[in-house]
Design a protein around this ligand. Structure first.
Ligand code: ADP
Length: 263
C-alpha cells in the first residue's frame, strides 16, 4: 500500500516535468519562428532600400531630357554606388547563410595564422591609407592552427575593417592587431582608436543588421552583417569573442580560437 502511494506521486511529478518540457519546446519553436520572420523582414527591407534609391534616381533622369551632361554623370555615379551597396548586402547575406548551414561544409586545414593575418592586412592596407589610419601588427609567436581559411579570414577581415572604418580620420587614428598563443588557443586582439560603441549597444552588435548609428553606418558603408558573420565563424571554430569599448576613445575585440579543431 505504501509503495503504491509513492508510485502515484512519482507519476504526477513526471507528468508535470513532461508538460514543462513541452512548454519549453514550444516556446523555443516560437522564438525561432519569430526570429526567422524578423530576419526575412529585415532582409527585404535592406534589399529594398538601394532599389528605392535607384528607382528615384532613374526616374529623375528620365524626367529631365534636357539636363546637362554633368548631372547625368552625377546621377549615374549615385546609381552605381547603390548597386555596389546592394551587391555588398547580397554577398554578406550569402556568407552568413553559408556559415549558418551545418558544419558539413567546413574545410579545416592546419594553417600558419601569422601569414594569414599578414595577407589580410595587405589587402586592407589601401583602405587604411585612404582613412589615414595606421595598421600595426604585433606577432608574439609563430602560430599553426586548424581553421577553415575562408571563414576565419572573413571573421578577422570584418574586425579589422570595422576598426579602420569606425576610426578617427584626422590622421591620428591607429589599429593595433596582436597575435599570441598558448598550448591550447591562439589569441587575436584588434584594438582601435575609434569612436567607440555605447554601452547599451554592446549586447546588440552581433545581431544581424544591427548598427549603432544607421545613417552614419550607411555613409561609412556598412550592412550590419559583418559582426554576425564574425561571431558565427568564431563559434563554428569553438572559439570565443569579447568586446570592450570606451565611447570616444576606442574599441577592443578579443578572439580566442582553439589550435586543434574539435569535431
Ligand atoms: P557594419 O556593416 O554596419 O559595419 P557590423 O555588424 O560589422 O556592421 O557592426 C555592427 C555595428 O557595430 C556597426 O554598424 C558599428 O555601429 C558598430 N561597430 C562595429 N565595430 C566597431 C568598432 N571597431 N568601433 C566602433 N563601432 C563599431
Amino acid at each position: 500500500y505504501h509503495g503504491e502511494e509513492t508510485l502515484q506521486v512519482n507519476n504526477f511529478t513526471e507528468t508535470i516535468e513532461i508538460s514543462e518540457k513541452f512548454n519549453e519546446f514550444f516556446a523555443k519553436m516560437k522564438l525561432m519562428n519569430d526570429s526567422r520572420e524578423e530576419f526575412v523582414s529585415n532582409v527585404s527591407h535592406e534589399l529594398k532600400t538601394p532599389l528605392t534609391s535607384i528607382k528615384v534616381l532613374a526616374d529623375s533622369i528620365n524626367s529631365m531630357p534636357d539636363a546637362p551632361l554633368e548631372m547625368y554623370q552625377e546621377f549615374m555615379g549615385d546609381i552605381t554606388n547603390e548597386i555596389d551597396r546592394e551587391t555588398k548586402i547580397i554577398n554578406d547575406l550569402l556568407s552568413l547563410v553559408r556559415m549558418d548551414k551545418s558544419s558539413s561544409d567546413v574545410n579545416i586545414e592546419n594553417l600558419n595564422i601569422n601569414e594569414l593575418v599578414e595577407q589580410i592586412l595587405k589587402r586592407l592596407q589601401p583602405i587604411a591609407d585612404k582613412q589615414k589610419v595606421a595598421l600595426v601588427l604585433e606577432s608574439f609567436r609563430p602560430i599553426m592552427a586548424d581553421v577553415d581559411e575562408v571563414k576565419i579570414t572573413l571573421a578577422i577581415t570584418n574586425l579589422i575593417e570595422n576598426a579602420i572604418k569606425y576610426n578617427r580620420n584626422d590622421g591620428e587614428g591607429w589599429v593595433h592587431i596582436s597575435l599570441n598563443a598558448d598550448h591550447q588557443y591562439f589569441y587575436l586582439k584588434v584594438e582601435d582608436s575609434g569612436m567607440g560603441i555605447p554601452e547599451e549597444s554592446l549586447d546588440h552588435i552581433y545581431e544581424r543588421f544591427y548598427r549603432v548609428d544607421k545613417s552614419h553606418s550607411r555613409e561609412i558603408g556598412g550592412t550590419g552583417l559583418g559582426l554576425a558573420i564574425t561571431r558565427n565563424a568564431v563559434l563554428m571554430h569553438r572559439g570565443a569573442i569579447k568586446v570592450y569599448s570606451v565611447l570616444g576613445e576606442g574599441t577592443t575585440f578579443d578572439v580566442r580560437i582553439p589550435l586543434k579543431f574539435i569535431v
